[in-house]
Design a protein around this ligand. Structure first.
Ligand SMILES: Nc1ncnc2c1ncn2[C@@H]1O[C@H](COP(=O)(O)OP(=O)(O)OP(=O)(O)O)[C@@H](O)[C@H]1O
Ligand SMILES: [Mg+2]
Length: 226
């Protein structure tokens, strides 16, 4: 069983494909490191070695026959390993963990997108994480169309298995994220992911700064230039 966090903080980044999670996660990591804070970045599915191998299975375009239940269980297996091996020990040592997607993605994609009953998703999520919940979740809100437009600009990059799904699926995913933010406004912060990376980063820091202050990570100094 993963250990309970003692002093660290788990910040998760959520949103549809191309909404800027990885771009902003990297920027946040660099900003917090600059302040001398102990912080790591990890991603889902992935992170731990076994979880990265599961990631390859999940994103493989050839796996068109993958059923919704098997898909969810693979995501959860990857998460369980990453929590146990990487996230929980880091939190225990007082480290801030930035995780690119986490349990809310399962609610949005498997619950909302694939219509797996939410009580099932919630209880399996709890099992996989050992009850670990994010302390702060940033939901990067962008229309799926705009997200895919951004990804298209990456040039050579090919769309993975999930990205070739239809538009209706992504509309359901986004709707689930919106519902999550409304249900848990204290933890899940919805922010507009449109505008330049700098503009989005400013919105991120606006959310993260009071959180870090409240949790005692920031005593003096500021995340944003005043
Ligand atoms: N604010 C922005 N405006 C325009 N383009 C952006 C912005 N932020 C990121 N991008 C670009 O859009 C693409 C998608 O961004 P990014 O990879 O950060 O999204 P993501 O949410 O991590 O996507 P995925 O779900 O596929 O991992 C990248 O090519 C990135 O450089
Ligand atoms: Mg990404």
């Amino acid at each position: 069983m993963p250990r309970k966090p003692a002093r660290g903080a788990l910040i998760t980044l959520e949103g549809v494909e191309g909404s800027g999670k990885t771009t902003q996660g990297r920027r946040l990591l660099a900003r917090l490191r600059c302040l001398g804070l102990s912080v790591i970045w990890t991603r889902e599915p992935g992170g731990a070695r076994i979880s990265e191998r599961i990631r390859r299975i999940l994103l493989d375009r050839r796996h068109r026959e993958m059923g919704a239940n098997a898909e969810m269980l693979l995501y959860l297996a990857a998460r369980a390993q990453n929590v146990e091996q990487l996230i929980a020990p880091a939190l225990h040592q007082g480290t801030i963990v930035i995780c690119d997607r986490f349990s809310d993605a399962t609610c949005a994609y498997q619950g909302g997108g694939r219509a797996i009953p939410m009580p099932t998703v919630t209880s399996l999520n709890r099992f996989a994480t050992g009850g670990l919940k994010p302390d702060l979740t940033l939901f990067f809100d962008l229309s799926p169309e705009e997200g895919f437009r951004r990804l298209g600009r990456r040039g050579r990059r090919r769309l993975d298995r999930l990205e070739v799904e239809q538009a209706a699926f992504y509309r359901r995913v986004r709707k689930s994220y919106v519902a999550l933010a409304e249900r848990e406004p204290g933890r899940v912060k919805r922010l507009s992911a449109s505008g330049s990376p700098e503009e989005v980063q400013d919105r991120v820091l606006e959310m993260v700064e009071p959180f870090l202050r409240r949790r005692g990570f920031l005593k003096t100094g500021a995340l944003r230039p005043s």
